[in-house]
Design a binder for this molecule. Structure first.
Ligand code: PNS
Length: 161
């Protein structure tokens, strides 16, 4: 039987930390579905369509990774995709509390769905989409922290003002 896992997130924008986690996750499950939350309330920098495009492009090398979008409850989406697990990255202790709450809430909503935590490479342990956006908006460089395609899109977005 195929093991399917969902890697959910906002991915606004995709970082090298996310890609590192996707690579690690793709090695341990048969199929990994990267699922972008369609939540415009968060006032994203990139539209869902742009994020799908960037993720699709950057994950092309993985034959068992696909990109999807979802709204509503993650457990419902996971059930729909017949996924056994949710994959999440933990960078530092500060991530733990939020991740712990989400994992236990998801378990309460669906006791059959497991959450798998993985650690990204140390060199990305401080990288977050929030900080990337903040640095770029203030004119700093995020080269090496996001894929080149995302870097180009970030620059183009900043040039638009
Ligand atoms: O990248 P993020 O912003 O940390 O991802 C958060 C995400 C998308 C995983 C989380 O907000 C989520 O799963 N939202 C879907 C709504 C849901 O299922 N809520 C109840 C479980 S806590």
């Amino acid at each position: 039987m195929q093991t399917i896992a969902i890697y959910p997130g906002t991915f606004d924008p995709l970082t090298n930390g996310h890609l590192d986690l996707i690579a690690r996750g793709a090695k341990i499950v048969d199929e990994l579905v990267v699922a972008i939350l369609r939540n415009e309330e968060k006032l994203p920098l990139f539209s869902v369509a742009d994020r799908v495009e960037m993720l699709t492009e950057e994950t092309r090398v993985f034959s068992n990774v696909s990109i999807a979008t979802f709204d509503g409850l993650l457990v419902d989406f996971a059930r729909e995709r017949k996924a056994k697990a949710v994959l999440r990255g933990i960078r530092a202790i500060s991530d733990y509390e939020y991740e712990f709450q989400m994992a236990l809430m998801n378990r309460r909503l669906d006791p059959e769905l497991e959450t798998i935590f993985m650690m990204p490479a140390e060199k990305y342990s401080y990288v977050s989409s929030r900080l990337v956006k903040n640095v770029v908006q203030l004119g700093g460089s995020v080269e090496g922290l996001v894929p080149p395609l995302v870097l180009r899109r970030l620059k183009a977005r900043m040039a638009q003002g």
